[in-house]
Design a protein around this ligand. Sequence first.
Ligand SMILES: [Zn+2]
Ligand SMILES: [Zn+2]
Length: 344
Amino acid sequence: MQALVKTRKGVGFLELMEMPEPRPGSGEVLIEVKAAGICGSDLHVKHDRFPYWPPVILGHEFSGVIVELGPDCRCYRTGERVVGEPHTRHCGVCYLCRTGNIQICPEKRSPGWGIHGCMTRYLVMPEKLLHRIPDSMDYDTAAIVEPTANTVHDVIERAGIVAGDFVVVIGPGPIGLLAGLTARTAGARHVVMAGAAADEGLRLDKARELGFETVLNVSRDNLAEAVKTLTGGIGADLVIECSGAPAAIAGTVELARKKGKICAIGLTGGRTVDFPWEKAAFKALDVVFCMSTSYTSWNRAIDLIGSGLLPAQKVITHRLPLAEWEKAFSELEAQKALKVILHP
Ligand SMILES: [Zn+2]
Ligand SMILES: [Zn+2]
């Protein structure tokens, strides 16, 4: 089968090549991949900025249909349409696994970097990590369940957004936009989507198209002043940081109200943040960090997308055959694409 493979360590070394079809082991199913989303982490693997074990097939955001069951499968049948949590190879016995946090098990190795991923025709997955998708959900939309499960976990489960909250989202990439949609679905009364000069064009235009109440370019507009004015001087109930830019992270404290919350999603790429600790202390802020997804966030994401309450598929800008992966990656790197779906 043709697969997009990171062939060895270093920058680049991506190749569309022939790979053997995988066989499902005990408790595993063979999935025919119908749609594969490209994630920021796939770009990081390409650029050697993320752990990976080459040669490895890229991709963890998938939807597909079960075509074969390995021995001892108990929950699924062939023909079922599914998506799956990327928490493969979690150990099952450590403190984190036993407390329901398999997503941060130190042994975990996800498809796309730790084991073979979904940018190919067939993928093997343990059936215990799968979730069924409704008949009415098309495969491209289902491929957005994974990033949406992230924002559902972060904004609803971790940050505990409450209906009526005034929310600021910084960083209008796919995750920022999905975080904004998640906040709106959870009852935010007002979502401010803030981007930088580089986000002008595709990203901020998408934010305007999605109808967020306020869309700002911080190189032109003063975000802190805008938030103050819009909240009558009180500040935001919840600030969701998706840019990973150290200055933006430091600025979240100014935006949040006293006893407000900061939901930290964006990663800095190893840069240190000069965080105004004292100011955060006097404001009595809650700062929550987030990593990956939970079992419950997958079900909630599927239900919210399936019911039409959370139109996650609107962040898709490109649909391309796997053979055009080079175009897909270069469009993403040039910020000419938001979410790209590849069809194997
Ligand atoms: Zn992802
Ligand atoms: Zn574990």
